[in-house]
Ligand binder design. Structure first.
Ligand SMILES: Cc1ncc(C[n+]2csc(CCOP(=O)(O)OP(=O)(O)O)c2C)c(N)n1
Length: 516
């Protein structure tokens, strides 16, 4: 058995059953091995940003890492932005990156590059396998590194001769590291703050914003009067009727400051201490008020749900959590605006939906109007690098073929990785994509004044996507995805009903008032 097959069998033995691919010549033996070995599904994407974003979405929903297959330094480089997003989301991914045969590297052929150097900033673990006899063990180590809590990007670089030379057969995956339990001091400090009678907030993310974590946090809130808030962006929030509802920290600095202004004790459950997305002249970077005590219940890698359980016990908070009542807005009619769009989503979001949210400025009231929809999961971009939404939806749909994926996508953001639609068509993935076609980089137009930049007016041209207008329905059709364009709330409702009723991919180009 050659090294490539040894690695492929190692992946399957380690529970890696999907590989998002965009291969080249140096990966041909690995491609052949993936073909030969049962138990791993290969999903081709036409740009590496789709490959890496899909692997992120797959992890968030399957809770198992996918592999990627990328072509040397340039292929990895094309996938970097979404690997950055995956790193920020603490998503586990096993990248397999092809490399020239070991003896060929010295010749500096066209595709030779510093692959480790490209991989390192986005990877917690990087290794170039030295030989075919080592590649299976390195693959097993990569899987273990990816699984390290809370989830990591591991990059294994595979010189072509390590794939084609004689290997060892598969290596067993090392046991997975468990999440560490928090110490008793953390519980005692947080309990003291919660008993102080002073305004206290729990800021949650990670496992803590899934159903069980939210229920426990809700109990603590009911027993102590503490407020709950999620981070501004989260890998996956469990929401909807019957779950403890939670708001996110708003993006605009002034709004975030207002939400946090009275907090005296902030307890972080997996979350980072809140800071502004960007610096602005005359606005603070740190969003907590002066004098606010910041305490940590758990790091993201620790057992946050266990910590909430312990804390709830300590406080005698056994039940009493307030859950969201079922509540849907009425179907909207009239003009299509971000607000009527939010109503349509709230009215129609199906039970079990997976929402991949890259709605940027259009989505500011989506949370409010979807809060009482049937139970669903909500996935954010955590790294701020746009072009994640459609790949994320692709990976989520591969992970959960029985659930409807709803991709909420800005027109500007969507254009980065629009090729994801082709993969959705090829795999017949159940994704309804709604493009928020405001023909602008609207957020940048807002930011221009927020940062205090002075212009004579022509700067707005850099945010104008209307010249020429982008025909998303034609783009989708060109990649095998059906769709329609809508410009009223009534038409959006019909299109959403239509898209959600179909089992495969569908795209709705929602024409919104221009935001320039
Ligand atoms: C990789 C990357 N390039 C550029 C940016 C800067 N950026 C942030 S938002 C944005 C435009 C988003 O436009 P759109 O998706 O249409 O949403 P809208 O602002 O119109 O709501 C850009 C270019 C970024 N965040 N990431």
């Amino acid at each position: 058995m050659n090294g490539a097959e040894s690695l492929a069998r190692t992946l399957v033995a380690g529970g890696v059953n999907v590989c998002f691919t965009n291969p080249g010549t140096s990966e041909m033996h690995f491609v052949a091995a993936l073909d030969k070995v049962d138990g791993i599904r290969c999903v081709l994407a036409l740009f590496e940003g789709v490959v890496t974003g899909a692997a992120d979405g797959y992890w968030r929903m399957a809770e198992r890492p996918a592999a990627t297959l990328l072509h040397l330094g340039p292929g990895l480089g094309n996938g970097l932005a979404n690997l950055h997003n995956a790193r920020k989301a603490s998503s586990a991914i096993v990248n397999v990156v092809g490399e020239h045969a070991t003896y060929h590297i010295a010749h500096d052929a066209p595709l030779t590059s510093d692959i480790e150097g490209i991989a390192r900033p986005v990877s917690a673990w990087v290794r170039t396998s030295p030989s075919a006899r080592q590649v299976a063990a390195d693959g097993a180590a990569a899987i273990a590194a990816a699984w390290a809590p809370p989830g990591q990007v591991a990059t294994l670089i595979l010189p072509a001769d390590t794939a084609w030379n004689e290997g060892t057969g598969p290596a067993p995956a090392p046991p997975r590291a468990e999440r560490a339990r928090v110490d008793a001091d953390a519980i005692a400090r947080c309990a003291k703050a919660l008993r102080s009678g002073e305004p206290t907030m729990l800021m949650l993310t990670g496992e803590a914003v899934r159903e069980r974590g939210l229920a426990l946090a809700g109990r603590i809130a009911a027993a102590t009067g503490a407020r709950l808030l999620a981070q501004g962006s989260n890998a996956r929030i469990a929401r909807g009727a019957g779950r403890v509802p939670i708001e996110r920290l708003p993006y605009p600095v002034d709004q975030a400051l207002a939400v946090l202004e009275d907090v005296r004790h902030l307890i972080l459950v997996g979350a980072k201490a809140p800071v502004a997305f960007f610096a602005y002249p005359d606005k603070p970077s740190v969003l907590t008020p002066d004098g606010c005590e910041i305490l940590r219940l758990s790091e993201l890698a620790e057992d946050g749900v266990g910590a909430l359980e312990w804390l709830a016990d300590e406080l005698g908070a056994k039940n009493g959590e307030v859950v969201q009542a079922p509540l849907r807005p009425a179907l909207p009619t009239g003009a299509l605006t971000p607000e009527t769009l939010a109503h349509a989503l709230g009215a129609l979001l199906p039970e079990g939906a997976i929402v991949c949210d890259e709605s940027v400025t259009t989505g500011r009231s989506f949370f409010k109007h979807t809060a009482g929809a049937p139970p669903h999961d909500w996935l954010n971009n955590m790294g701020g690098s746009i072009g994640l939404g459609m790949p994320l939806a692709t990976g989520a749909a591969v992970a959960c073929p029985d659930r409807k994926v709803v991709c909420l996508e800005g027109d500007g953001s969507g254009m980065y990785t629009v090729q994801a639609l082709w993969t959705q068509a090829r795999e017949q993935l159940d994704v309804t994509t709604v493009i928020f076609d405001n023909r602008a980089y609207a957020i940048l137009n807002l930011e221009l004044s927020r940062v205090g930049a002075r212009t004579d007016g022509s700067a707005a041209d850099q945010f104008d996507l209307s010249r020429p207008p982008i025909d998303f329905v034609a783009l989708a059709r060109g990649m095998g995805v059906d769709g329609e364009r809508v410009d009223t709330a009534d038409a959006l409702v019909r299109a959403l009903e239509n898209g959600l009723a179909q089992p495969g991919p569908y795209l709705i180009d929602a024409i919104l008032p221009s935001r320039l």
